[in-house]
Design a protein around this ligand. Structure first.
Ligand code: ZN
Length: 276
């Protein structure tokens, strides 16, 4: 096991995955991200593809989930899938949703964030450059996972999650522990002027805070990590409770699936959080 600042590289039963030191002192939480390795998929999905909607063979994706779940200690038959469509829609799930998307049909549409306070109910989130955000309320024992691509980021799904956790579990934002998981870094995420405008409108001082950089060639760089950190700070999460994994899916495209590094010819990473 190798320690970086925030990300811990793990391997079990030959399956590599990463966890986050921010949660190390909370043994009741399992929060991990998959890598590209350790699965049975072939071709452009080689080998740990955890996306059922990418065109890969379903039996291979199922086997990948079995291996991944077995390695990390999560129950395969209780996984809860979102249906991510770059919205800021979030939902509260309980035991009724156990297994939806894996042994039963999906139980949602257009949902990019999920939360629960039920134990042994693993929540999934997908991102292959998009940002997975893990939430843990250690006081009320509630968890959440959200998918923030650029649309979810400027739409401030992280804030929606904090507000919904407050409403649902009585979560105090001051006590939330949040990890911004493996995703594309600010040096890799190049955007055009239309998307730049969206960031500029969503975040005051976006250029001076480093959320946006002008490449002076008609292109810009947007920092999704800093943007989501800004959203979380504005939602009342203390800076010391906001952790960046520091893992860029594009810089480390041999470790993680990256949409941009593969021009979309790819499998999918999964992020998973569960209360044990
Ligand atoms: Zn990068």
């Amino acid at each position: 096991m190798k320690l970086s600042n925030e990300t811990i590289f793990c391997e079990n039963e030959g399956i590599p995955f990463v966890s986050f030191s921010a949660f190390s002192e909370y043994p009741e939480v399992l929060a991990v991200n998959s890598t590209r390795q350790g699965g049975v998929s072939v071709g452009i999905y080689e080998s740990m593809n955890l996306g059922f909607t990418r065109g890969d063979e379903e039996k291979n994706v199922r086997e990948n989930y079995r291996r991944f779940c077995n390695a990390i200690g999560a129950p395969y038959e209780r996984l809860v899938f979102p249906m991510q469509t770059h919205t800021v829609n979030v939902r509260v799930v309980d035991g009724d949703e156990a297994g939806t998307g894996i042994i039963r049909p999906l139980s949602c549409e257009d949902i990019d964030g999920q939360m629960t306070n039920v134990r042994n109910l693993p929540l999934l989130c997908f991102g292959s450059d998009c940002v997975p955000i893990f939430f843990f309320d250690p006081v009320h024992k509630a968890i959440g996972a959200a998918h923030a691509g650029w649309r979810g980021t400027v739409g401030k799904i992280a804030q929606v999650m904090v507000e919904r956790m407050k409403e649902t579990y009585g979560t105090d934002s001051q006590e939330l522990i949040v990890v911004i998981g493996p995703s594309i870094c600010g040096d890799c995420f190049e955007i055009g002027p239309e998307v730049m405008e969206e960031f500029d409108q969503a975040f005051s001082n976006a250029f001076s805070e480093g959320i946006l950089k002008d490449k002076k060639n008609g292109k810009y760089l947007a920092d999704l990590w800093l943007s989501n950190k800004r959203v979380l700070l504005d939602a009342g999460v203390p800076e010391q409770n906001i952790h960046l994994s520091g893992e860029c899916t594009k810089c480390k495209c041999n470790t993680y699936w990256s949409h941009r590094a593969t021009n979309g010819q790819r499998g999918s990473n999964a992020s998973l959080i569960m209360l044990k």
